[in-house]
Each structure stands twice: as structure tokens, then as C-alpha cells.
Design a protein around this ligand. Structure first.
Ligand SMILES: C[S@@+](CC[C@H](N)C(=O)[O-])C[C@H]1O[C@@H](n2cnc3c(N)ncnc32)[C@H](O)[C@@H]1O
Length: 245
């Protein structure tokens, strides 16, 4: 579904939306209600006619008190799998097609593909599914800042705030960081360049870029203000080591 701008929807996605008769839309909390509203806007704008149903559901939340991150995620995925399976069994007729509108691109820090495959492999349902690629927040960030992600001939690493907090990777000079609730960029050498964006692609988009040491406080301030104003935040950023000459 793209990363927040309804115009991220591709022609392939529009065609897929028009094959579905049921749309599964997660709905809970301030963040979820904004994101659910966007999903509904996309459905209303791109699906022809009104011969479909929108089914809301509560996505289970990961137990962040679990000391093991991996076992917390495994339990959470089991719970999500149960919810998805129930939705498919309970809401779809034998020949009907349902749609989950995955945020950004479904291959990137999203478990929906793992979960659907687990349900299919269990074999209890005669389930088939199709994956439609989308515009991820990473592409949206690069476009908003009008920058290429990679240095000429160099690699890009995609990682999370949790991993960045363990140290700047030593095998990449361009690092894209997602899922960073802790502002892990504060732990990084202040001479790197940062290209930061929140709510990228939406009407609330905020962009800040520059030498990390020069813009760190500004990012921290606008991030806190935006989060307090909207009740949730989604931000992503690219860090680049100074260019070698
Ligand atoms: C669970 S991941 C899903 C990523 C998604 N599959 C994608 O392709 O962008 C959520 C993270 O993506 C990033 N993100 C998603 N949408 C964003 C947006 N519109 N602006 C900035 N960051 C975004 C944030 O880092 C957020 O914590």
C-alpha cells in the first residue's frame, strides 16, 4: 500500500485491490486509527463499486516486557497467526479473495509474509496468496530528500535502531535505519551525514538533513513535538559516513 501517500499505490496494487471482496484492516490505538483511516481511503479511492466488505480486527501487540526479544517476537507471531487464520476462515467464502494492505513493501520489516506462509504450510486451509510489491518508506525517504541511497559502487545496509545501538556497522558506509524508537542515532559519530524523515509521504511529512552533530538536537526536538501532537511517530533515516576522497 506504500508508506503513507495514497498515490504510492501501483497499477498492480489497484488491480489486486479490485480482485478482493474482503479487506482486513487492523484497528486499535491512535496510530492504528490514523493508519486504518488511510487504508480505508485507499480502498474507497481505488476500488470500483461497493461490492466489498471491510473487516476490522485487533492486531495482537508484542509483549515488550519479555526479556528475550526473539522469544517475545515468536509468541507475538503465533498470536498474529491465530488472528489471521480466524479472519480467513471466518470471513472468506470458499472462492473468495481477501486482502491485507501491508504498509510500505511487505518484504521489509513486516512479518505478514512469514505468517501467511506458516498458515498455508499447516495445510488446514486451501489457501493461496499473491504478493504485490510496494513503495517502501526507504524509497519514499530517498525521494523526499532527493538523494541516492548508495555511494557510487558501495553497499547500503538496512537495519533497525536496536542494531544500530550496538554500533555503526563496519562493513557499510550508508546505513538506513528503521524501527528506531530510541533515537539510536545519538550513539553515532557526529561527523556522519543524516537524512531523517518522519511520516514521509504524508501531509505531516517532516524532513531534516545535515551533519549529525549539527542537526541532532533539532531532530530530537521536532521528533518529540510531532510525537506528542499526533500520539505516534514513524521515522526512518539514512546515515552516511563522510565521502572518502
Ligand atoms: C514495521 S516497519 C514496516 C516498514 C514497511 N514495510 C516499509 O516498507 O516501509 C515500520 C517502520 O518503517 C518506517 N516507516 C514506515 N512508514 C514510514 C513513513 N511514512 N515515514 C517514515 N518512516 C516510516 C519506520 O522506521 C517504522 O518504524
Amino acid at each position: 500500500m506504500g508508506a503513507g501517500n495514497p498515490e504510492h499505490i501501483t497499477v498492480q496494487a489497484v488491480n489486486a485491490l479490485n480482485r478482493a471482496s474482503v479487506f482486513f484492516v487492523p484497528s486499535k490505538g491512535a496510530e492504528k486509527s490514523d493508519l486504518a483511516a488511510l487504508r480505508r481511503r485507499i480502498i474507497e479511492r481505488f476500488v470500483e463499486g461497493t461490492d466489498y466488505r471491510v473487516v476490522g480486527f485487533d492486531n495482537p501487540v508484542r509483549d515488550s516486557s519479555n526479556e528475550s526479544y526473539r522469544s517475545g517476537v515468536a509468541d507475538w507471531h503465533d498470536a498474529v497467526e491465530g488472528v489471521y487464520e480466524q479472519l480467513i476462515v471466518g470471513e472468506l467464502g470458499e472462492e473468495e479473495c481477501g486482502a491485507f494492505l501491508a504498509w510500505g513493501d511487505p518484504s521489509l520489516y513486516d512479518s505478514i509474509l512469514r505468517i501467511l506462509e506458516k498458515i498455508r504450510c499447516k495445510g488446514r486451509l486451501d489457501l493461496d496468496y499473491e504478493v504485490v510489491p510496494g513503495i517502501s518508506s526507504v524509497q519514499a525517504l530517498a525521494a523526499a530528500h532527493k538523494i541516492p541511497l548508495n555511494r557510487i559502487g558501495e553497499s547500503i545496509m538496512l537495519t533497525t535502531g536496536r542494531k544500530l545501538a550496538e554500533g555503526f556497522p563496519d562493513n557499510a558506509d550508508s546505513v538506513v535505519v528503521m524501527l528506531d524508537g530510541q533515537m539510536a542515532f545519538k550513539t553515532v559519530d557526529e561527523d556522519v551525514e543524516i537524512y531523517w524523515g518522519a511520516y514521509v509521504g504524508t501531509e505531516d511529512e517532516i524532513l531534516v538533513s545535515g551533519r549529525l552533530g549539527d542537526v541532532l538536537e533539532e531532530i530530537e526536538r521536532v521528533r518529540q513535538e510531532a510525537r506528542a501532537r499526533k500520539g505516534w511517530i514513524m521515522d526512518t533515516y539514512l546515515l552516511q559516513k563522510p565521502e572518502r576522497r
